[in-house]
Design a binder for this molecule. Structure first.
Ligand SMILES: Cc1cc2nc3c(=O)[nH]c(=O)nc-3n(C[C@H](O)[C@H](O)[C@H](O)COP(=O)(O)OP(=O)(O)OC[C@H]3O[C@@H](n4cnc5c(N)ncnc54)[C@H](O)[C@@H]3O)c2cc1C
Length: 463
């Protein structure tokens, strides 16, 4: 028998390691997932994330059952659990898809060493991005530090075609003990936000719906958080319930059949966002220390304020800045936040409250269903003005102007901050001098003043 170790690739369609195991073993594959204990206690774990994991596993098991097998679920440290399973099943080989982040890469090296000691063959594959992170390089063979040339080089390559669907599996020769599918309670977590339905079938429905028409309006509407104009595929890409290769292939098809220049622009812009994801994965791959340090060395000594009640108010969405509060409450309620608003709240935390981007990064990872180490780190370093191809530090977004531009009639704000339901939209786009509504706080800082403080702190280090 061969073993496929699921990690963050919870799908059957276009799953390279699973497909190879199925082919090499003539369907004799034991699909395994190991729930690690650290997942419950890690500072980046939270209910939205764990609920997505539970739902994705449940759905994956259903998919596997439809092909005549089921998921073998174990719990504990990956290394001893996998070793036990290799021995229990007398496995010939272990297949898995490689992880893009440093902890995942270190783990798979230990797993490979362990398997070889057991005399088991190991095969690692790539699935997280369309191209392996070390394939898109400059002409001189170096990784890109800036998005636009990366994107150009990415677009010049021909994406690999997705794999054909899997045939049914051969039944397991021996019944293997497996734990029941997990629930949030297994990690001592209570209720979860209203996340989107996890799993491969739901991901495909979302993709079809989005590529059916909204993608053609994406360029003009993607920045307006009141509209439901983006794909909502981020958690699917994060948990591997959707193949990035398949999504890119389908997006290119949409582009080819867009019809008009305006509609083409929508599909092109969407493809561009998928490439941003690939860029940040490549950055993390080549510079894994971005998880600890600013990508731009000159900003490594920046002065930050200690997180205290101000950080708490940001987390809770009670800053008195309506757009910031709406975003933070959308995050708490749904485990997702609109990209434009992610930019606003992250810039507010780093530039108006002067808090270290790492606090925001960790809070997002705990709260997001789509928490993706590379994109989240990239997004935070971008907003803080310290990352790869980041917003220049002196270009500090004004939360009031952002509101006027992206939520002019206040409908996004009013949806998430009901206290402000009756406030005329014009009053939401500038700092008020008296309370906007009973129970809603005054802005906790003066944006113009804090902007100057930020500029001084950066200027002290910038050359
Ligand atoms: C501070 C900050 C933190 C972020 N954290 C994450 C995160 O943890 N996980 C995550 O997937 N995205 C993150 N993003 C990027 C972006 O906000 C989300 O990908 C997007 O909002 C998800 O919604 P969607 O699927 O509807 O996106 P769409 O607009 O439909 O975009 C399609 C896909 O492209 C990718 N994408 C879009 N924008 C970006 C971007 N700026 N960077 C990288 N990939 C992008 C995502 O995979 C997304 O699903 C972050 C952005 C910021 C500013």
């Amino acid at each position: 028998m061969l073993i496929h170790w699921f990690r963050r690739d919870f799908r059957l369609r276009d799953n390279p390691a699973l497909h190879a195991a199925h082919t090499d073993g003539n369907g004799r594959v034991i699909p395994v997932y190991i729930l690690s204990d650290w997942q419950g206690s890690h500072r980046w774990s939270g209910p939205a994330r764990q609920a997505t994991l539970c739902g994705a596993l449940r759905s994956l098991n259903g998919q596997l059952e439809s092909l005549g097998t089921r998921l073998v679920l174990r719990r504990g440290d990956v290394l001893p659990e996998l070793e036990r399973l290799l021995r229990e099943t007398n496995a010939e080989a272990l297949y898995f898809n490689r992880s893009p982040d440093p902890a995942g890469r270190a783990l798979e090296q230990r797993v490979e060493a362990m398997a070889r000691t057991c005399g088991v063959r190991v095969r690692g594959f790539h699935e997280v991005t369309v191209f392996e992170p070390d394939r898109v390089l400059t002409k001189t063979g170096h990784p890109f530090r800036v998005f636009t040339p990366f994107s150009r080089a990415w677009l010049q390559r021909e994406p690999p075609a997705p794999l054909p669907p899997l045939k049914p599996f051969a039944p397991a020769p021996i019944p293997l003990p497996s734990l029941p599918l997990p629930t949030l309670a297994d990690w001592g977590l209570g209720s979860a936000p209203a996340i989107l339905e996890p799993g491969e079938p739901a991901a495909h429905r979302r993709m079809e719906t989005f590529l059916g028409d909204p993608v053609f309006h994406y360029a003009g509407e993607r920045d307006l958080p009141a509209l439901d104009a983006t794909s909502h595929l981020s958690a699917d890409l994060r948990w591997g319930t959707l193949s990035p290769r398949l999504l890119v292939q389908r997006t290119r098809d949409a582009l080819a059949h867009a019809g008009t220049a305006a509609r083409r622009e929508g599909a092109r812009k969407f493809l561009g966002e998928l490439i941003w994801r690939e860029f940040y994965m490549a950055v993390l791959w080549h510079w894994p220390d971005v998880l600890d340090w600013e990508f731009q060395p000159r900003f490594r000594g920046l002065k930050w304020d200690a997180p205290g009640t101000a950080f708490q108010r940001w987390c809770e969405g009670t800053t008195g800045f309506p757009l910031v509060d709406a975003g933070m409450r959308q995050l708490a309620a749904t485990g997702w936040m609109h990209n434009r608003v992610r930019m606003v709240v992250s810039m507010f935390l780093t530039k108006d409250l002067h808090m270290d981007w790492r606090h925001g990064e960790a809070f997002f990872m705990r709260s997001l269903a789509d928490g993706e180490i590379a994109s989240n780190n990239g997004g935070w370093q971008w907003s803080a003005g310290v990352g790869a191809d980041a917003a220049p530090y002196f270009r500090i977004q004004n939360p009031w102007t952002q509101t006027a531009r992206y939520d002019p009639d206040g409908s996004y704000i009013k949806r998430w901050v009901p206290e402000l339901a009756d406030v005329p939209p014009g009053l939401l786009t500038k700092a008020p001098s008296s309370a906007l509504a009973p129970g809603y706080p005054l802005p906790m800082v003066d944006h113009a003043r804090e902007r100057e403080i930020t500029l001084d702190r950066f200027a002290a280090l910038a050359r």
